[in-house]
Design a protein around this ligand. Sequence first.
Ligand SMILES: *Cc1c(COP(=O)(O)O)cnc(C)c1O
Length: 368
Amino acid sequence: MPRPLFATIHPDSMQHNLSQARTCAPMAKIWAVVKADAYGHGLERAMHGFATADGLALIELENAIRLRELGWIKPILLLEGFFEAADVPLLAEHNIVTAVHSVEQIKLLEYTQLYRPIDVYLKMNTGMNRLGLRPDEYAAAYKRLRAIPDVRNITHMTHFANADELEHPLLTIAEQVRRFQIGAGDLPGERSLSNSGGVLHQAMISEHLQNDWVRPGIMLYGGTPGGRSAGDFGLRPTMTLRSEIIGIQHIERGDTVGYGSRFVADGPMTIGVVACGYADGYPRSAPHGTPVIVDGVRTGLIGRVSMDMMTVDLSPVPNARIGSKVTLWGDGLPIDDVAHAAGTIGYELMCAVAPRVRIAEGRLGTDG
Ligand SMILES: *Cc1c(COP(=O)(O)O)cnc(C)c1O
């Protein structure tokens, strides 16, 4: 008898969300971002779900090679680039586009015999201050990269820090775009700026901006980078985490629930025990009231999430019994709502689903 906890992946929603991204950025080619095992959805599954994307972008070289072995023939981009000299020949061998964000990487390319040309995304740091060359050193880096015979196309790339918040008080998209345009000037080559936040606000940032390739991730998985909810953008959940009630307790006023006795009943009530805990990837930090759906009714978590179980308030679901269906997030319960209640973001919840959670596939709106 298998434990009743499943993550159901909805390939139809993946296709739908990809077409939403196309609608937002109709002139751009799309890198569907599939890093971190496709945000927890499974790399191979995402390769099929995003079959009509123009390319797949990720972080892990071994998974890039795996995509080739699985038969993906369109472009592949390594968003963080390569880490050591030994990686470089593999890029050429498997026809993988690489980000280059530092002079150290340019030096490695200068010293490595490639035998076959590679395409490069040269990354500019326009204020995120994570990876990339400063605008004032960018043109020199470009020139140096351009001089390497086996470097073929060079695309200019930057990454937005606050694409979810157009008027961020400290660093706006507009300011990052301004720095990008100063740094890249009129250097030849395509440009790639937008993550999901940028794509969702494409209309507001792209009017006079060349943005040949966009790089949406979270929106393709039915989440948003922040602020508004995915439904507002016509996005659909791609993962539904479901379990069942496996125990029921009737408690009295003054009774406590779970580790630390964090919940104290203020009257008689019925609680349900759900087979899902932090070892499954559900955040232990989720507080009292974090939404869950039991038999189609929205209720909330009570007490502390433990390793394998959590407890929920069954007061609004008097007919619930052992075996009642529980939705932790996804179909009918936006992952962003759960993430927000737990003080995190949908990205982290998706990526954290543990290997012991069995994965199923099914259309959205069916029972997995
Ligand atoms: C992860 C990542 C993206 C996708 O970001 P989302 O917010 O998930 O859309 C785009 N570009 C780069 C460089 C990334 O690392």
